[in-house]
Design a protein around this ligand. Structure first.
Ligand code: AMP
Length: 388
């Protein structure tokens, strides 16, 4: 069985084709970048080498057509799986029917950077690959069993119910991968974990016995720890103050929260952590404060989740930042020895994926994980396809 997994961004498309019955081997991989822009291009892996070409990709349709030409002709695609983000009243793994797409559309305004491009791309796939099942694995699914005290906001009960307003949480595929990774390493499933997915977009999850019991993102992806250019937790009255006293319109405030905040907004340097780290090392004070604020936010979540879980057995770090930034891990974990979190600074400096970077004898294991969201989605899609 061959499963094509596609990751859709507003200007990008990434794909991997998994041969599930050949040990989940990746038999094709690549993507399109700057879709809709003047510098658009396509890249793919051929005989282990990354190749690249410039070509006009005005919309996702052309990117999908180019990808289809690149897939090995002998490998029939049995289904296309998507790591879809959000839908009103729908989660889990689903065939992408009209009803499911309508439920995604109903949450366009809470996931504006994710749902519209996915919907557009899924409709193109339907047109270009008629008869091939399209399956979505929702990023909210891993958190769907959170208890009500973690799930509900203290707004009037009727509003929560009428408009489906509650904490959903995201990055489910990554948190699930890291949870299973920790379960394998620890050799048991009854443990307390804080899973840190830290990338351009990031969230933490408190996991007990391999289930998410709390997470830092909410109804939308605009809360929790600071993001690359998106806001994290803020006092909601900042929004009213900006609108009522400072002359900003609601669309302006929304754009500011979604694209001009986070690491970029605080540092004034970049939305890329590497640039912020470089600027901080060169003495840029705002960059130094942004880094401290980012890692302080992570530390606070780890501490609160340790309290929620009644202690910790493991912490996992994944995503572009969690996997690669020794400085972020070090700053976020500093001073947490009282929880049994003892980082080995040397091991932490340049770990291989999967390494335990805690000190020998540390009560809490700390794993740096090459999280693989695509394989989680491929396995779920395969299970649904086989009637599981
Ligand atoms: P992701 O969204 O998971 O692809 O992660 C993107 C983020 O990871 C960006 O902010 C990058 O700056 C960050 N990142 C990637 N590689 C490194 C690295 N070697 N050191 C620090 N940050 C990194």
């Amino acid at each position: 069985m061959n499963i094509l997994i596609c990751n859709v961004g507003s200007t990008s498309l990434k794909y991997q084709l998994f041969a599930m019955d050949r040990g989940e081997q990746v038999i094709a991989a690549g993507g399109a970048e700057r879709v809709g822009g003047r510098e658009s291009g396509f890249y793919w892996t051929e005989n282990g080498e990354k190749r690249r070409e410039r070509l006009a990709l005005p919309t996702h349709r052309e990117a999908i057509e180019r990808m289809l030409r690149q897939l090995p002709p002998e490998a029939a695609v049995d289904c296309v799986g998507f790591k879809v983000v959000h839908a009103k009243g729908v989660t889990g793994v689903q065939y992408l029917t009209d009803d499911v797409l309508a439920a995604m559309e109903a949450f366009n305004s809470v996931a504006p950077a994710h749902n519209p491009p996915y919907l557009a791309a899924i409709r193109q796939f339907r047109a270009l690959m008629p008869g091939v099942p399209l399956i979505g694995s929702f990023e909210t699914a891993f958190h769907a069993q959170m208890p009500p005290e973690a799930r509900l906001y203290s707004i009037p009960w009727e509003l929560s119910e009428r408009y489906a307003i509650h904490r959903y949480g995201f990055h489910g595929a990554s948190h699930e991968y890291m949870t299973e990774f920790a379960a394998e390493k620890l050799g048991r499933r009854d443990f307390r974990l804080v899973s840190c997915h830290l990338g351009g977009s990031g969230s933490l999850a408190a996991v007990r016995d391999c289930r998410s019991v709390d997470t830092s993102m909410g109804l939308s992806l605009q809360c929790g720890v600071m993001q690359n250019n998106r806001i994290g937790d803020i006092d909601p009255y900042i929004i009213f103050y900006l609108a009522e006293e400072c002359g900003m319109t609601l669309p302006e405030i929304k754009t500011m929260l979604q694209t001009k905040s986070g690491l970029l907004g605080m540092s004034g340097v970049s939305n890329d952590l590497r640039d912020v780290e470089d600027a901080a090392a060169a003495g840029n004070e705002r960059a130094q404060i942004a880094l401290r604020a980012y890692t302080y936010g992570i530390k606070k979540y780890i501490g609160s989740y340790a309290a929620a879980l009644g202690g910790l057995d493991a912490i996992t770090f994944g995503g572009g930042i969690g996997r690669n930034s020794a400085r972020v891990r070090e700053q976020a974990l500093s001073g947490l020895d009282f929880l049994g979190v003892e980082l080995d600074l040397q091991k932490n400096w340049s770990p291989r994926g999967g390494d335990d970077v805690s000190r020998d004898g540390s009560p809490v294991r700390i794993y740096v994980v090459d999280t693989n969201e695509e394989i989680v989605v491929a396995r779920k899609a395969a299970a649904l396809l086989m009637g599981g």
